[in-house]
Design a binder for this molecule. Sequence first.
Ligand code: NAD
Length: 439
Amino acid sequence: MLFSGTMTEMPRTITLPPMASGKPNPYAVALEQLDRAAKVCGLAPEIREILSQPKNELITNFPVRMDNGEYKMFKGYRVQHSNILGPYKGGIRYHEDVALDEVKALASWMTYKCALHDIPFGGGKGGIKFTPRQHSPAELERITRRFTHALGSNIGPEYDIPAPDVGTNGQIMVWMMDTYMNVVGFMDKNANRRVVTGKTLASGGSHGRESATGQGVVHCIVEWARDRRFDLNGSTFTVQGYGNVGSNAAKILARTGASMIAAGDWKGYIVNGDGINPYKLADYVQKTGSVVGYTPARSITRDEFFAIPADVFVPAALELEIGVREARALNVRLIVEGANGPTETAAEPILREKNIDLIPDILANSGGVVVSYYEWLQNKRSERWDLEEVEERLAKRMKRTYLQVSEYAAAKKCDWRMAAMGIALERIGRAYAERGIFP
Ligand code: NAD
């Protein structure tokens, strides 16, 4: 027993209100996953209780001057879930649906993702509730800098390290870094470069970081194909969300000979049974902001997209996009969760019944945080690793963790999400068992 007091295991009823978008509450999904995995790995009830709430939840309201001279208020969040294994680590999201329970869920998944890979980081997440495409670069810079200033010493290179997520990129990270560096002591300036990861190369980022999450997704698909003796050459895949993760996964997967036949994003969905060139589509999205209107391909509805027969589906947009209806419609062999939390709990048994394999988010999209860790290490040691070295290290780590999850699932006779979470929770549980809680 960890504490001097005892704690009996109470069945938990998780009822949290749905989100404004009408989707289920992602924090309820995260808690359900925690409870199921705690049973699989025999996690002490008191540790489960600690992990069921983030350590810190920060909400800040701040004004920003718009290009037309008017002031506008913004709501920003930073949630720090756990730092038992190292500094809080996790992305910053700019999206109109950002809400506290969403950020809490995303922060907790970061804790489990880092623990799964045995990376010495904890879990955090943040964001601002607004629509970035409605703002000029100058406004985005002022919003980012003012938010970073509001976070103040709640982030730090050994305390809490943000990274890009939906709606943010290397440029946003560089503005965050620069703002932070300019408010800390003059002599410490350069030591603070690693306060964020996912920076551009010119400003201290790592080779391979921009494509790392998509690359990690593809490592998982290649390992799965090897296990299943499935030939990717000539196979088909679909991608939901054609941003950093979706487009990089598509470009890298296409090198195996697999063909992307459908894609979609916030604006709509497209299909072409003969294949869509992932590079040309990425250029088109760069110019127009969406996949919609790309030729040669035709527009389809979201429902039609989910029913397309293909070998692999990569959800790479937002959480809880795969509900019961989508699970019933899906006609694929494998789902690789590029997005965080894309699958509702109730959809999972349906996918299992249909023999659809699922590689869970904390494994599938972990390439991003793995290379973020490499970026942080390079900054700390004043080193610059070449692309080959980063890619080799990433490949080795992804394959090793993939194998661990596969073996754990076989040993415990559980699904892969529970296996990945079980490994993570066992690591966290051991740290708590040795350290106890203060005082
Ligand atoms: P991004 O902003 O680059 O791309 C997001 C994509 O999702 C865009 O194509 C956008 O149009 C689309 N989208 C937004 N709302 C949508 C909706 N309602 N329906 C369909 N599509 C919608 O973001 P990203 O960095 O590629 O992140 C995508 C997912 O991957 C998120 O779940 C994120 O948390 C996760 N993730 C990202 C990283 C990373 O390194 N960037 C790492 C791990 C996990």
